[in-house]
Design a protein around this ligand. Sequence first.
Ligand code: ATP
Length: 501
Amino acid sequence: MKPFLKKKTDKTPVAPTQTPTKKNGDNIIEIKGVTKVFDNVTVLDDLSLGIKRGQFVTLLGPSGCGKTTLLRCIAGFESPTSGEIYIEGVPMTSIPSYKRPVNTVFQKYALFPHLNVFKNVAYGLKLKKLPDASKKSGYRKYTKAEITEKVNRALNLVGLADYGYRDVNSLSGGQQQRVAIARAIVCEPKVLLLDEPLGALDLKMRKEMQIELKKMHENLGITFIFVTHDQEEALSMSDVVVVMNDGVIQQIAQPKKIYDEPSNAFVADFIGESNIFSGVMEKDFCVNFLGKSVECVDKGFEKNERVDVVVRPEDIVLTKGEGQFVGEVLSTVFKGTYYEMEVLSDGYEFTVQSQNEARPGTTVSMLIRPDSIHIMKKILTINKYLGEVTGENEVTFCEGSFKIPTEGFETGDEVVVYVPFNAIELTDDEEDGVIGANVTQSLYKGTYYQVQVFTDSDDDFYIDTADEWDMDDRVGIKIDGGKVRLEKYDPEKEEKDEAQG
Ligand code: ATP
């Protein structure tokens, strides 16, 4: 039986903490409730986003999170399964890609190898039809002089003013990408879509092109939507960053806000380095983590609500004894402008970055100021699936049959299966598990890793484990049936729970 909580729907999508615009009227693009499903897998999940005219907006997230799919939906190369995309207030569903006021630059430049630089850039202009009432056909083409003027302007903008005659094959990767950008901007789109356009360049060229692109954006004054999985690139170039994971928007904000105030543990971990601990909100302005009650600036949580506590390494101050946590320095590495230290405190590992060096073996006191503590709602606290009792002490869900006590249930009963994070064991050898999965995320939480895996049945499992797993590791899943809770499936209750998120 298929699990009823398919990929992503079993997570509470994190509402954007800040939309980039106040009035919808300011938005050149409105994405409303867009879902995209490929082969029964939800790749974009009810996604809504407003993009302001003239902004440099970056879609940022790990590989496979749906960035390119969203960009392709805006461009018209893919159609959303549901939802609508508006450009300048016009719904795009029935508008083919070539009629949309957008143009796309891809990672692979896809230039015509037999045409020189000028002809590559001029190609789109030559095909373009301009409305002209004086003509019988109702349109005309650009004149040679108009084409020359526009191509030269575009080449000038990308810093290739004297390159028109050059064979594109004789250009460096960075120059070829500039030609691709010139080709995309020459038709004067209102929105330029850039799909990892710097991905194929070496680091030095990439850095140079980041600066160039930013300048081009300023000079052109049009909206840029840029896709990258490189957080540094996103933070340094954008007006607004949209962080995505698993087809769900995690946060929309200006780069500084994304860094300083990540909306959840995923964003905190993905953007920069973080210490992430599990905690409990004792009351407003007071969180308990690692066994200590610590002052914070957050309020409005339920009493004793479980939360993630995020502390940036550079926000931990090494003091002479006024800190809340005391620990022993395990290692110290000089990183050019600061020291990075691993400190062990009561069995928990902190990463600390400081201008002051503390040598391995010394005892340090760590002070975390209230405004350096970021409290985040836990996205999910238990794994939940729909299953079926398929025998005595056997429950089938996520396309696997697991040994789970079934007292009080009968074979054929539909059940909701609650699997705590600590009830799951990952095995190196897929064959040793009941079902197979790929590791999609691993967050270190001070004493353990919280690992997310994606099964072959398109389900997510969250696991708390002492072991470190790498992204894309292939694993098997075993479950300690004694820790699993079963509940009789009640469609009405489930509907209510879903509605309450
Ligand atoms: P990357 O940075 O690796 O390009 P991304 O965030 O841009 O990743 P997408 O390319 O949007 O991710 O892909 C999201 C998911 O959708 C992936 O699992 C991908 O395999 C799947 N996908 C994309 N296009 C198709 C398609 N045409 N048919 C089936 N699955 C697809």
